[in-house]
Each structure stands twice: as C-alpha cells, then as structure tokens.
Write a protein that binds this ligand. Structure first.
Ligand SMILES: Cc1ncc(COP(=O)(O)O)c(C=O)c1O
Length: 490
C-alpha cells in the first residue's frame, strides 16, 4: 500500500519545488546577470585599489562562515572578488596567467550556459565546426600540414602530457596495450616541470628524463645535446624524445629550434616544442623569428591562455602527424563516437577528455573580432614593458638584471646582497613577500643557478613601463627599509 504523506512532508516537498523553480526564475536571473556582468567589467578594467587586499585572509574567513540566500549571490561574489588577487591590475606581474581580453572573458558565461561538450560532434554541431576552423588556423600559424591534428586541453601541462602520449604511440606503439615503453626524454635544464611529470604519469619513469645544459642566454644548448644523448644511451635507451622550449618559465628564453630539430632528426628522435608560453608570439612580426624552426616539430604545446591573453583555460596541443594523436587514444565508445566516416570528427577521439569544454569559442570570437595582428601587438606591448624594466635595472644603483629578457619575463636582484647565499635567498624571498603584502604591486621569484632572484612576468597588455618601474622602485624602497631595520638591530 502506498505510504500516506504527512502534511509536513508535503510542505517540505513544495518548498523544494519552489526553490527549484526559483533557480530558473527569469526576472531575478536577469538582475543577477547584469550585476555579475558589471562586476566582471570592473574587474577586467581594474586600475586602482590594492593588487591584493592586505586583509584578504580575514575577508575570506568571514565569507567561509556566511550563510546566504540566492538573492544575495551578487553581493557574495562581490565579496569574493574583493578578497581575491586582482590579476587585471596593471601592477600584477607575478605569474604567467593573463589579464584576460575582456570580450573573451565575457563570452565565458555563455559558454558555460550552452555547456556544449566538444568530444562528440552530435553534442556540439556548431562548436565542432568552429573548433575545426580554429585548428586549421593554428596549423597554418605553425607551418603544419593539413594532416596535422590538434585539441584544446586544460593547459600546457596537459598539452605536454598529450604530446608525449603521441610520441609514445609513434615510437613505441606496443606500449598502449602492453603498458611498457623505454623512451628517454631529453630537455633543457629550464624545461617546465610538467615534462618530467608527464614522463612519470606515462610510466616512462622520471629517471628517463635527461637534462641538457643551457647556454649563456639560458637556452637549451644544442652543443650539449650529444652529451645528453650519450648519457641516455649509456642508460640503455634507444628511442628518444627531444623537447625544446619557446619561452622558458623562469626567463622566457627561446631555444634555437632549427638546431634542435636537426639534432632530433639525426638521432631519429621525436621533436617536441613546448611553446606554452611563447607560442602566441607567432602573431608578432617583431618576435615570430624566435619560433623559427617550429614547423619541424613533431608536436607543439601552445597556450592561448598565456600570450593570447585568453581566460583560463585554453591550452592547445598540435601533432604534425594527426594519426599519431589518434593512435594515442585508441579507445572505442560506440555510445559516443560515430562509426560513420565524416568530415567533422568526434574530437574526443584525440584528447583525454570525454567532456570537452567549448574553449574554442572565446578564442575564435576574439580572433575574428580583433584580427590576428592585434594579438601580435599585445605581445609586443608586454615585451616592451619587460625591456623597460631591464633598462631601469641596468641604470639602477640598487637593482641589477639577472639576464636580458627575450620576451616578457624578467628576473633581477639586489646589487648589494649578503655574500652568504642562504641569507641572500632569504632576503629576496622576504622582499617578494613584502611587495605582495603591500598591496601596491605583485611579483614572484625563482632560482637561477641556485640563487633566489625576483621575477617579473608581464601578462597584462594594459601594464605600462611606468607600472613596472613603480614595482621596481617599491622593491628598492622595501630593501632600504629592511637594510635600516637590520642596521638598527646591530
Ligand atoms: C614553458 C611552459 N610549459 C608548460 C607550462 C604549463 O602550462 P599550464 O600552466 O597551462 O599547465 C608552463 C606554465 O607556466 C610553461 O611556462
């Protein structure tokens, strides 16, 4: 016999229904949409206020304890925003995450609303076509043939992993079934950690990674490749992946891709180029020479969410022989992928994801709206700011450049620093903390040859040379304050 529902249960059911209906209620949604869009524009065009609110921890803790109603969503998001780091502030110069191109960021809410999954063309008919068009453009930019294949991925780390998977499919096809491959990965000392991580994930083992020494400009030294190959051979490896970097993480150095391609060819190696950072510079007439030789790569990592100033996430992987990418993912899924041969493929056949976000829309829209040349100009702007910071340090009595920036990442240090390396490292770390805690600027730091240096990454086309110089002066002021504090203590 069906159970009789009590009036209390009925009331609870009605309340739940009402709550559901409320979530789709058009009038409050329109109000919320306006509120959120305005907020996004304020954030995207931010110039004033602290880069990071000094009391961000307190603000966040207060938020964590809050209970709120749907009508307060706008106000709560505003509070989250106030407690957050403001990447769009022109004085934010810390990591390789861009101040997004506003129109591309604003498109994102509609991408989420449409929620197309691009792994299967039936689930995203327009999206798949649009994505294909974009793939064609990317191939052209990097001098790839029509038979190349590519896919959006969540970022450069996933792109490197996918590229190594494609390399494994080409060099050790039996590994897909048997799960064993002996491949050595050779890369420069400044290669991104995700390559080593990918070797671990793929079961190649992190000890299959052999580092190649750098030249004086902190590029992978082609003259040091034979030594790395010899070391790999001595360890028993016979098949190799050689990876170059276009825009290294610590110093934005660009490897000589032509020289590395020739060495890879001679060794029968798969040649991968990690252009996660510098790939976008292909659109700059001034800087594209730095990527000369990239067309010879077997695979390329390229992040539109870095030097194309797209909001996270928009990573991309390209493989010259499209079949190598397909072979890297040989699963069959009859409930998803269509068996019919067709011009428009199911993109899930050559990417890890089964739910593939429609990342291509923001990139496609922005490229169509502003044109490729505009993106080239944006990269030139951020590089010009790094060059101005370098010039300032050359002339400064207090700061010295650690290198000449090839692009938009620049490291520097105090001229008068403690002789003891550990004390110098501590001082530079303390300065980084002091800058970031001040709310006036934001920097990062890294180690070069074991020495901690301050690092400036300009990822906002609205940052001006004056902003970089203001950050450098802030470092000088804080260093002086620290020196005086120490002197008083002695
Ligand atoms: C050269 C290089 N490769 C790969 C990556 C990883 O990219 P993502 O952060 O998008 O995973 C980075 C990130 O900074 C990078 O600089």
């Amino acid at each position: 016999m069906p159970k009789k529902t009590s009036s209390a249960e009925q009331r609870r059911g009605q309340a739940a229904e009402w709550a559901q209906e409320e979530a789709w209620n058009v009038a409050p949604l329109r109000r919320l949409a306006k509120e959120l869009a305005e907020m996004a524009v304020d954030e995207l065009t931010r110039r004033r206020g602290p880069v990071r609110a000094p009391d961000f921890q307190l603000r966040t803790r207060r938020l964590l304890g809050r209970k709120f109603h749907a009508s307060e969503i706008g106000a709560i998001v505003e509070e989250v925003r106030a407690a957050s780091l403001h990447l769009c502030h022109p004085r934010y110069m810390a990591q390789q995450v861009a101040a997004p191109l506003p129109a591309a960021a604003l498109v994102e809410s509609v991408v989420a609303a449409m929620n197309q999954s691009l792994a299967v063309w039936r689930m995203s008919p327009a999206g798949t076509l649009l994505d294909r068009e974009l793939a064609g453009r990317f191939k052209q930019w990097f001098g790839y043939p029509a038979g190349a294949e590519g896919s959006f991925v969540p970022g450069g780390s996933f792109a490197n992993l996918t590229a190594l998977l494609a390399a494994r499919a080409a060099l050790a096809p039996q590994a897909w079934r048997r799960g064993q491959a002996r491949l050595a990965v050779l890369c420069g000392e400044q290669a991104h950690y995700s390559l080593r991580r990918a070797a671990g994930i793929l079961g190649l083992g992190t000890q299959s990674v052999f580092s190649i020494a750098l030249d004086r400009e902190r590029r992978t030294d082609p003259a040091a490749v034979p030594a790395a190959l010899r070391a790999a051979r001595r360890a028993g490896y016979r098949r190799f992946i050689l990876a170059g970097t276009s825009g290294s993480t610590p110093t934005s150095s660009f490897d000589d891709l032509e020289a590395l391609a020739a060495l890879a060819r001679a060794a029968g190696a798969w040649f991968h180029v990690d252009a996660a950072h510098g790939g976008g510079m292909i659109l700059s007439p001034q800087y594209r020479r730095l990527l000369r030789g990239i067309a010879q790569a077997d695979s390329i990592t390229f992040d539109p969410h870095k030097m194309m100033f797209m909001p996270l996430s928009a990573g991309y992987v390209l493989v010259r022989d499209g079949n190598a990418l397909r072979r890297a993912f040989e699963q069959d899924a009859p409930y998803l992928f269509s068996a019919l041969p067709r011009e428009v493929p199911d993109l899930g056949r050559f990417t890890i994801a089964c739910s593939q976000r429609f990342e291509s829309l923001k990139v496609w829209i922005a490229l169509r709206a502003y044109g490729e040349a505009y993106f080239g100009q944006l990269t030139e702007r951020v590089c010009a700011v790094a060059a101005a910071a370098h010039a300032y340090c050359l002339a400064s009595e207090n700061l010295e450049p650690a290198h000449r920036p090839a692009a938009n990442i620049f490291c520097f240090r105090l001229r008068r620093r403690p002789r003891d390396p550990a004390a110098s490292n501590r001082l530079h770390l303390a300065l980084e903390e002091a800058v970031n805690g001040s709310g006036e600027g934001y920097l990062s730091s890294t180690e070069l040859e074991g020495e901690r240096v301050l690092r400036m990454v300009i990822m906002n086309p609205r940052s001006r040379p004056e902003d970089a110089i203001a950050n450098l002066r802030l470092v000088e002021r804080l260093a002086e304050k620290e020196r005086k504090r120490k002197a008083r203590r002695l």
